[in-house]
Design a protein around this ligand. Sequence first.
Ligand code: COA
Length: 257
Amino acid sequence: MSEVTTELNAGVLTISISRPDKKNALTNAMYGALADALERTEADADIRVALLQAEGEIFSAGNDLGEFAAQSVGEGPAVRHVERFLRNLATASKPVMAAVQGKAVGVGTTMLLHCDYVVLAEDAQLIAPFIDLALVPEASSSLLMPLRIGHTRAFEMFALCEPVSASDAHAWGIANKVVSRAQLHVEAQRIAGLIAQKPAGALALAKGLMRNTEQVLQHMERESRIFSSQLRSEEAREAFRAFAEKRKPDFSRIGKG
Ligand code: COA
């Protein structure tokens, strides 16, 4: 079965991530399918709003670490679909929503900054573990997170890599509301249904006025260059090896010659 599925109903395109055995970690192929779904959203006049959600216990464990490990030794795919996905997300003219349960790690969290309406389940936890992986924040989150929640909270989130609870994420403006796990998809569909009935032209114009897309894309490119070079660093390779070997990374000897 496909690891990203879509369903169109009454103007709402629901895009579901479904790789529960690997905690919905995102592979290059899955980014490709997500990017395609966002392109379909732009192109199809019957789609008024896109809703990102995930099946299983957690929203997403972020980028597949096996693929990061391969890329760190120069064995990555010829085309990195993550870049198309993030670009499509940042430039989406129609409203994009997300419904999040359990952990949202890495890109699972940073994609939310591009969404226009985010519903969290009470057990949601947002985690940005880039520094622990010896990487830097991506998806323009090093720009958008401080803008959204302030430098002090953003720095703490990125530097300490500790989970942010649903209630804090709501209070800090990352999410619109927090509901019970049982109500998550019901409530997200209800809000999506309301958005789908609004005049689409005015909504797209308003969204365009609210977001500085050029600035976001420029920043994303700068981040991406630094991210790619850091991905190949010795400290990042140690972090990926440690994950594969189910142990804590040891950064103490790196850089000491
Ligand atoms: N990439 C690839 N595989 C992943 C993964 C990832 N990001 N996250 C989890 N998995 C896999 C595990 O390797 C494991 O596979 P296995 O059953 O073949 O051993 C399976 O998913 C279950 O993961 P597990 O760690 O046992 O689940 P958990 O409930 O104890 O913990 C997480 C869930 C998400 C907290 C934990 O898996 C984790 O920290 N993952 C890495 C997150 C990360 O750093 N992502 C990169 C962000 S940039």
